[in-house]
Write a protein that binds this ligand. Structure first.
Ligand SMILES: Nc1ncnc2c1ncn2[C@@H]1O[C@H](COP(=O)(O)OP(=O)(O)OP(=O)(O)O)[C@@H](O)[C@H]1O
Length: 631
């Protein structure tokens, strides 16, 4: 997509963003309606029958409350991620409506929500709510970006593709990490950009490692850096790589995974450690005491006046506490060389801070409007990602068809080509035969497996040893002709394939019998219904079963893939987006097994080539070889 003017570009984006808002609200209304009849948790956007299990207070007097199921059982599969806006409702009084909050942490059995007030009730329900706040921030940022002038306007125009980006000569550098030559070249290239540069990181090529080095070099040169990514998990991954390199790195927001080593770098923790924070906490406590006092009933004649006074006093005290807290926060932020945050930036918190360099990781998972909050604070940008993996999620079909799923990185690579990006080509994850198909299809055959991984096999894992000698690196099982058909999940729209699921169960058992830990295995299915079916059939602690989308950015020793689609019409649905399959095919380090129906998949040229690749690699089998039990 190309635009002739900034106005045209922003008009289009404002429209798409509004369409997305409508689609999101429609989906939530539909879920609420379905919720009354069937099981509301099936949507993955609702959790019911929750209890308060624990709580603590966070910045700004917020309540951080942990909710669990009554017996602490696992929460059902859900899309409530850290940072997701939610509505918390009292199940006994649903008609009263919910209280807005944000998911601040999650585990398999608990979900923590940050709330401004304490919720009344015993039984709770959490619903994903439309992300209006993010949309408003994006509209506002784009509004400001329209009005820019001078050098910022020129940077804006270059990012829209209206002007040529400029590069200086690549600097000579001494690297802190043992980077390979394409990574070194990428760091030099990134630092030579006067406007922006792009790093293209195919699976396992050390994109985040390389970005961390870019940031480290910028800090060495005395620059201030804002490091962001679309999801909390991606921000944490970057933070994890930065901590050993840059001592003064700070994480704003709710980390998705709170590792001990990273916790000390969160803004909340750093503020909490500040001596003056004790005073703030004392002030909040005192204000709460006054409020409690005011809510008691008084018999005296001037009861109303007395109540009013207490409330007013509490309010003033809270205001003073907030002011002092803001001051501490700003002081802490001021000491950081690198600030890490999601791309939904808390404008109030960061104030008018600008950065010499803004780095965006996993940039292909964000839509265009998400770029502008970060851009407004940047002198220069480095954008990293892989546009050959999953694009951003867009709910509005119409906006998606018009081009809303094209991330800014994908657009810029398409518009400006090789002069704006460098590709990393040495990968540290996959056995060579697992890597090659993806490399040929998506990366011009440029990927090279590092010597340390090129021939890695399950048998090299100490716990597996000889038992793994016969286990193949690559295997595709064809169900053609076996009538292992797909079906709809009862009461649902998602597809599943019970016979493929039975095959998966057998594969997982074989891998575990060979000595693999369940946590070293992943089962990947493109459809949520197949994931649900498999989670029911394979209740093994540590084994991860998820959709492709849930596995982006992850890796496992062994991966089992079920393609699910099997029908006489040759319909492959969203498997036609081959980038989804690219993600699935590039998660395994030592062994990858897949099952699918070549009669259904093979009508698509991409899958026809995939099948041919398995044949060339002597990795093609058919379920007709299996004993009758499975059929
Ligand atoms: N130059 C290098 N030498 C040795 N190992 C490396 C090098 N660069 C990266 N790695 C290793 O490769 C793995 C992947 O690195 P990293 O997490 O940075 O990759 P990524 O490209 O961001 O991953 P993803 O595919 O999830 O986006 C890590 O285990 C990292 O330690």
């Amino acid at each position: 997509m190309a635009w002739a003017t900034p106005e045209g570009y922003f008009d289009q984006l404002d429209r798409w963003l509004d369409m997305e808002g409508v689609a999101e609200r429609q989906r939530i209304t539909l879920r609420m309606q379905q919720g009354r009849s069937g099981s509301p948790e099936r949507s993955g956007e609702t959790l019911i029958n929750l209890r308060v299990a624990d709580h603590r207070s966070g910045l700004g007097g917020r309540h951080l409350i942990d909710f669990t199921k009554p017996a602490g059982e696992r929460l059902p599969m859900n899309r409530l991620k850290v940072g997701s806006p939610v509505l918390l409702s009292n199940e006994d009084r649903l008609d009263e409506g919910g209280m807005p909050g944000v998911v601040s942490r999650r585990t398999t059995t608990a979900i923590q929500v940050a709330l401004d007030a304490w919720p009344d009730g015993k039984h709770f329900r959490i619903d994903l709510s439309p992300d209006e706040r993010t949309r408003l921030r994006q509209h506002a940022a784009m509004g400001r970006a329209r009005m820019l002038s001078g050098s910022q306007a020129r940077l804006r125009d270059r990012l829209i593709g209206l002007d040529e980006p400029r590069f200086d000569e690549a600097p000579e550098l001494r690297f802190a990490t043992g980077l390979n030559p394409p990574q070194q070249e990428a760091v030099r290239f990134a630092l030579s950009a006067r406007d922006f540069a792009i790093l293209h990181g195919p699976p396992g090529t050390g994109k985040t490692t390389t970005l961390a080095e870019v940031i480290h070099q910028a800090v060495l040169a005395g620059q201030k850096v804002l490091a962001c990514a679309p999801s909390n998990t991606a921000v944490d991954n970057l933070l994890e790589r930065l901590v050993p390199l840059v001592p003064s790195v700070l994480r704003v927001g709710h980390p998705a995974r709170v590792f001990e080593a990273l916790r000390g770098h969160t803004l909340d923790e750093l503020v909490e450690r500040d001596d003056s924070t004790k005073i703030v906490q004392e002030m909040y406590r005192e204000a709460e005491g006054l409020m409690r006092g005011a809510s008691k009933s008084y018999r005296s004649r001037d009861a109303h006046r007395r109540k009013g006074e207490l409330y007013a006093e509490a309010k003033t005290l809270r205001q003073h506490a907030r002011q002092l807290e803001r001051h501490i926060v700003q002081q802490v932020l001021g000491t950081a060389d690198v600030i890490c945050t999601t791309m939904t930036i808390d404008e109030e918190l960061l104030g008018d801070r600008r950065f010499d360099l803004v780095v965006i990781d996993e940039a292909c998972q964000s839509t265009e409007p998400a770029l502008w909050q970060a851009m407004l604070r940047a002198d220069r940008l480095v954008i990293a990602g892989d546009h050959c993996q999953l694009p951003p999620t867009v709910l509005s079909k119409e906006a998606a068809e018009e081009g809303f799923r094209v991330s800014p990185m994908e657009r810029l690579v398409g518009q400006l080509g090789e002069r704006v990006y460098r590709r990393l080509t040495v990968q540290y994850r996959m056995h060579e035969s697992i890597m090659r198909f993806s490399s040929d299809q998506f990366y011009d055959g440029e990927l090279v497996a590092d010597a340390s991984v090129k021939e890695r096999r399950l048998a090299d894992l100490p716990a597996v040893g000889e038992a793994g000698e016969g286990l193949p690196v690559l295997e595709f099982w064809d169900t053609a002709g076996a009538e292992w058909g797909e079906e709809f999940e009862p009461d649902g729209h998602s597809k599943r394939n019970p016979q493929e699921a039975a095959w998966v169960v057998a594969q997982v058992k074989e891998l575990i019998d060979a000595g693999l830990e369940p946590s070293q295995i992943a089962v990947i299915a493109p459809y949520a219904a197949q994931v649900r079916l498999l989670r029911n059939r394979l209740r093994i602690e540590g084994l991860e079963i998820d959709t492709v989308d849930g596995f982006q950015g992850r890796e496992k020793e062994a991966v089992v893939i079920t393609f699910v689609r099997s029908n006489h019409e040759g319909e492959i649905g969203f498997l036609a987006d081959t980038r989804r399959t690219n993600v699935a095919l590039t998660r395994a380090k030592r062994a990858m097994r897949a099952i699918g129906d070549s009669a259904t998949l093979g009508g698509d040229p991409f899958y026809a080539e995939l099948l041919e690749y398995f044949q060339q690699e002597n990795a093609y089998r058919t379920v007709w070889e299996l004993d009758d039990l499975l059929r």
